[in-house]
Design a protein around this ligand. Sequence first.
Ligand code: ZN
Length: 159
Amino acid sequence: MTGRTTRTRRRRFPRAGDPSYDAALRRVRAARGPARAHTCGCGAAAVAWGYPGGDARELTDRATGRRYSADVQRYEPICAADHRRAAWASRRRDRAPLDPAEVTRLYADGCSAAGIGRTHGYTASEVLQVLRAAGVQIRRGRTRQAPTGTSDVEERTTQ
Ligand SMILES: [Zn+2]
């Protein structure tokens, strides 16, 4: 026994004899059928098999960082909404620190704070905090704003 498992973030990558991420999911489907034939724990129709964590021998896909299990019984059928929530939770768990330079560049390229947050495992307000700390001028609202000084009327082209 390894004793009490504290919440370590140690990863175990697959070695010879361990299934790949895709192979593990194929095994689940072979053993338990397609996820669509099952119901999510919330009662909605399932769309995918998900690994909720908890396997002491869990594996990490080296390319994507996704965690998975070689044990087909560890998987649960999950609906689309819960699948998105799980993906978000895992991004949030495995997120790297926000790099102010990268966030600033993405924001300048037109990405929204919410969009940057979604892909990096942060909330929009956490991203805005980083942008403000970096001295970036925050855009207001969702609409594309005309640069200051540009007349609104000129934008209304005749039809
Ligand atoms: Zn669900």
